[in-house]
Write a protein that binds this ligand. Structure first.
Ligand SMILES: Nc1ncnc2c1ncn2[C@@H]1O[C@H](COP(=O)(O)OP(=O)(O)OP(=O)(O)O)[C@@H](O)[C@H]1O
Ligand SMILES: O=C([O-])CC(=O)C(=O)O
Ligand SMILES: [Ca+2]
Ligand SMILES: [Mn+2]
Length: 671
């Protein structure tokens, strides 16, 4: 028996055992031929030539090749571009620009920036850039000025995946390749914590007071929060910086810089903003607008105006936005949208909370609607070109998407009903707050454990028939979507211009409040221009522009109820997506214009008697209600809510047209 000391794997346990091809006690055994020479002369040698590396580190260095040079050698223009600039010099200038963004406004120096990943040794020789104001400080240098902050600049999705998975809890790759993340305690926007600096300019330009989304703050408080965010970001080992564009209309493109602390935020904005080409990036220069996203860090409630630990602050004069106390990525997207709602109308361009697509013959449709009413679902249409799903500009050139990506709701997403969105959820897509199987990583889209507002953010080219560049000619149809949980609005009605304006200014939808069990009363929401949370000017300013453009280009308005039929929430049912799609098809094709119409009581809406593919009996809501009394009561209740809401706007003139203003006031419900 072998003792522990001379244990061996041989069956006999003794030294007489002979390993194959081995040598025992001086006796030489014949060598075993592993690759006998075949008769046909072919020798199957599977040994590859050896790698050209002496060490593991060298081997690893072979794996990655340097990205192609990103500076055009000639013909370049702009702040950074110069044919004589060395690559090193260009990098330095880029870092200097970022350093200026991240500089404290109170200290004379800092931060010290290094490009690259703090966790990656070797490869990058640190290029340190130190921000100096006007003089070099001699005393009062702070610890923050001594430390390094690494800048991860415009990383690729693959690099951001690695950062997220290595360093951010709750980041996983799903079975289809998307990056599943958690947005933290906040899983939706915080409109009550969004503030705009009120100064001499914005005091006059912006809409303040009752009904306005613009909650004021002063310049000083903004700077306090900005400093808090900048200090937080500079205290980290690394920050992510995205330099990107907004608006596909080249004449009105805006350069944005997003500084954030999470790979999730960087990938989200990579997807949502327009991605610059390497050449465009070299020419980037100074951004037109900068976001400081310090969402992991709360605001200080001792600071003036702060009513919670969340604060989203916009300073139009400084062209900056600060985020504290919320990691919900939609804040960045919609914060920039707010900025566009200020900048674009100043140039005579209408900014719109709408989806947009185009038919094969170039007919463009806009889809307005509040959150969850169907902008993304209905603009993503396999038979049409997608221009964008959420934010657009309408100018004399036509329409242009503001963004470079889509942000789809994914609660109850199904492959059958929304195949294009389903297939877009792949490598590169950010999946927020979804629940998945811990082993297979298959996502359960019906699971609301984290939130009902689960979302997918993907680049627009993930939709197969996206129209790139995302621009189109003048719109032909303006479709107003309302998800009417009261179930009294018709599935579709044709609107005249005054009615279109009335419903645009009202911005109605009714969703069901709360996600707890038990039947809840529908909750009417009125949000001017279908996006009161994002507009900056008085709603009548946008309305006047819309009326002018619709008139000029002969666009037709439609009201489509994507909500309930056959009763309110609880007794009725949501209109089948399949039917809504048929209705939308009939609008696009122009056939619905030719239909026969009847006018409804109270709202005075023109409803078609027939739509191909839709049961005719559902076209008039009263037909679908068993209890006709209850229908009438509910209809009047909703009409009352419309009237009460419109009081806010009753004393305003829409543009220069007195007649249109009167018509709009008369276009509301009559009862
Ligand atoms: N008849 C219907 N028409 C449209 N959408 C429907 C219908 N029935 C159910 N839905 C569902 O309603 C949701 C519509 O959400 P969608 O993402 O299109 O909203 P949105 O208007 O783009 O909102 P947001 O501005 O928040 O992105 C989808 O989940 C869709 O599947
Ligand atoms: O901004 C968001 O969080 C989602 C969205 O599109 C909206 O609410 O309109
Ligand atoms: Ca959407
Ligand atoms: Mn939206």
């Amino acid at each position: 028996m072998a003792s522990n000391g001379d244990f061996s794997f041989t069956n006999g346990g003794g030294s007489e055992a002979t390993p194959p091809g081995g040598q025992v006690a001086g006796k030489i055994l014949p060598k075993i031929q592993t690759h006998p020479k075949r008769e046909n002369g072919i020798c199957h040698d599977d040994s590859a030539p050896p790698v050209k590396a002496q060490t593991i580190d060298q081997l690893h260095s072979l794996q990655k090749k340097k990205s192609a040079p990103t500076t055009p050698i000639t013909g370049a223009q702009g702040a950074f571009a110069s044919p004589t600039l060395s690559e090193e010099e260009r990098h330095k200038q880029q870092l200097q620009s970022i350093s200026a963004s991240l500089a404290s406004l109170t200290r004379d120096s800092g931060p010290k920036l290094v490009k690259g990943d703090p966790n990656r040794k070797g490869s990058d020789t640190p290029k340190v850039v130190h921000h100096h104001h006007h003089f070099t400080p001699t005393v009062s240098i702070s610890d923050s000025a001594l430390k390094f902050t690494h800048v991860l600049y415009n990383l690729s999705p693959a690099e951001l995946y690695e950062q997220a998975i290595k360093h951010e809890h709750g980041s996983f790759i799903t079975a289809s390749g998307a990056l599943a993340t958690l947005s933290g305690a906040k899983t939706g926007r915080s409109p009550r914590d969004k503030r705009i600096v009120r100064d001499e300019t914005t005091e006059h330009d912006l809409w303040w007071g009752k009904g306005s989304p613009n909650i004021e703050m002063d310049e000083h408080t903004f700077l306090v929060n900005r400093e808090r965010a900048v200090d937080y970001l500079n205290s980290l080992d690394k920050v992510f910086v995205n330099d990107q564009f907004l608006n596909w209309d080249p004449e009105h493109r805006i350069k944005v810089r997003i500084v954030s602390a999470r790979a999730y935020h960087s990938l989200f904005m990579h997807n949502m903003c327009i991605r610059p080409t390497p050449e465009e990036l070299e020419d980037f220069g100074t951004p037109d607008f900068t976001i400081y996203n310090a969402g992991q860090f709360p605001c200080n409630r001792f600071t003036h105006y702060m009513t919670s630990s969340t604060s989203i602050d916009i300073n139009l004069a400084r062209r900056e936005m600060v985020i504290l106390g919320t990691q919900y990525a939609g804040e960045m997207k919609k914060g920039l949208f707010g900025v566009m709602h200020y900048l674009m109308p100043k140039r005579g361009i209408l900014s719109l909370h709408s989806g947009c697509n185009m038919g094969k013959d170039g007919d463009v449709a806009l889809f307005f609607g509040l959150s969850g009413t169907g902008k993304t679902t209905l603009s993503t249409d396999h038979n049409r070109f997608l221009i964008g799903d959420d934010e657009h500009c309408w100018s004399d050139n036509g329409v242009s998407n503001i963004e470079g990506g889509c942000y789809a709701k994914c609660i109850d997403l199904s492959r059958e009903k929304e195949p294009d969105i389903w297939n877009a959820i792949k490598f590169g897509t950010v999946l927020e707050n979804v629940v998945f199987d811990e082993h297979t990583r298959e996502v359960d889209y019906s699971d609301k454990s984290v939130t009902e507002n689960t979302r997918a953010s993907y680049p627009i080219e993930y939709i197969p028939n996206a129209k790139i560049p995302c621009v189109g000619p003048q719109p032909k149809n303006v479709i107003l979507l309302a998800c009417d949980a009261f179930g009294v609005l018709p599935p579709v009605s044709k609107l005249n211009l005054a009615q279109t304006m009335y419903h645009f200014i009202s911005g109605y939808t009714a969703l069901v409040a709360g996600t707890e069990d038990g039947i809840k009363e529908p909750q009417a929401t009125f949000s001017a221009c279908f996006g009161a949370a994002f507009i900056m000017l008085h709603p009548t300013k946008y309305a006047a522009m819309l009326a002018e453009k619709m008139q000029k280009h002969g666009a037709t308005g439609w009201l489509v109820n994507t909500g309930w039929s056959g009763g309110s929430y609880g007794s009725g049912k949501r209109i089948k997506l399949q039917y809504t799609r048929k209705i939308i098809d009939a609008i696009h094709s122009g056939s619905l214009l030719e239909a026969e119409y009847v006018k409804t009581d109270v709202f005075g809406l023109e409803i078609p008697t027939e739509v191909p593919g839709v049961p005719s009996e559902i076209l008039s809501p009263v037909n679908t209600w068993e209890d006709k009394e209850l229908y009438k009561e509910t209809l009047l209740k909703l009409a009352g809510l419309f009237r009460k809401n419109f009081d806010l706007f009753a004393s305003y003139k829409i543009g220069k047209d007195d007649k249109l203003t009167e018509e709009i006031l008369a276009a509301g419900p009559n009862f």
